[in-house]
Design a protein around this ligand. Sequence first.
Ligand code: NAP
Ligand code: MG
Length: 452
Amino acid sequence: MSTHTVVNPATGQPVTEVPSTSVEETDVLIERAADAFPVWRDVAPGERARLLRRFASVVDDHVDELAELEVRNAGHTVANARWEAGNVRDVLNYYSAAPERLFGRQIPVPGGVDITFHEPLGVVGVIVPWNFPMPIAGWGFAPALAAGNTVVLKPAELTPLTAIRIGELALEAGIPEGVLTVIPGKGSVVGERFVTHPLVRKVCFTGSTEVGKGIMRGCADQVKRVTLELGGKSANIVFADADLEKAAASAPYAVFDNAGQDCCARSRILVERSAYDEFLERLETAVRGMKVTDPADPDSEMGPLISAQQLENVSGYLDGARVAFTGSAPDAPGFWMAPTVLLADDPAARIWREEIFGPVVAVMPFDGEDEAVRLANDTEFGLSGSIYTSDLGRALRVSRGIEAGNLSVNSHASVRYWTPFGGFKQSGLGRELGPDAPNAFTEEKNVFIAND
Ligand code: NAP
Ligand code: MG
């Protein structure tokens, strides 16, 4: 059987071997998930809710273990990894309320009664990238299971360990066999089979825009439902009237968190010209102060990049770029890179247009609100963004003007599981999280019952 060697990105050393599932084995697991579907769909809503809460509780009992796995497998800081495992628990708890609240409607019509049902789809295929292995898995499987679907989940080949463990924890919690199946392997094998196998009724994909477009094309063949969470090149807009100290102190975390490997990274900073010099000075202090250390160190604020390949890709963006200043990185084996701040003056430059997906940010000055919105929107992406200002009217105008799915004002946090998450333009299709997520894993069925 072929296997993949999982590598610790902080050291470059092998951690373990994980089997690479073949197409034939994937088919068997998809068929098993399809067999489990009617059973899971028919579990009484209150019982499905109870099982999901128990699953959440078992995850909670294993937060430290899951976090430790993620530190070793993905190089996430231990503080982040704990948050990520806790997010799986919270998202399961949140959607455990859904089975008992999957309401339809009663619609007034002549001649009878009309009611709607939210019917589960069947088997849902969740394809997860390496950058946030735990949360992105949970955002897919928790609402999908709550709505009565069974799930096959493919973790990224580079980062399968936490997903495999979460699959075991589901069984431990009493979730029946075949309801949540983690299938490690290659995207071109397992992921592609989710797209082509007729028993998979929806693909929920997070990853690169390029692969996402191929998935959408492939799903068209069977008019398969698809949700896409793709790349970003989000703007952090700092107006001169903002609390500059706060804006500069938070800007590094808005882009360098997870070593910049975050689809929501605010990798373009736009600063109103009159505040530009002061902001840059404060930003330099903040960036130099970032603790880029062994991710297992509880104080670590940034770990390594995921792989040697990613380090090479990201470093390539520095060729010919104007580096304003950098932070530090350990001089150690592993895929380390210092947080790097670039000066930008050309909106056509690669560093300004392409998702770098590493600890690199570009800063550009602007003049006035209109120009800020125009520059922020001058991208094919539209995932997230931040606006720093003390003017409430401006905060609202600019928020409405920006073509992106997730904005924060005087904050850099984009993900709250209570609220919808997803992209405009080429950043994606559909929404995850928030109160409506389970509906995205259902078909609305309308039933008319005649009076006579
Ligand atoms: P990717 O290639 O899009 O991979 C994402 C997931 O899709 C992985 O599980 C991957 O499997 C799978 N996959 C790959 N090819 C597939 C196919 N033909 N059919 C079905 N599934 C397939 O992304 P990546 O290689 O991890 O990263 C490349 C770039 O994507 C990054 O540098 C970044 O720009 C972007 N990215 C964005 C996000 C985001 O959250 N928006 C997340 C990760 C990456 P494997 O395990 O075989 O790769
Ligand atoms: Mg790839």
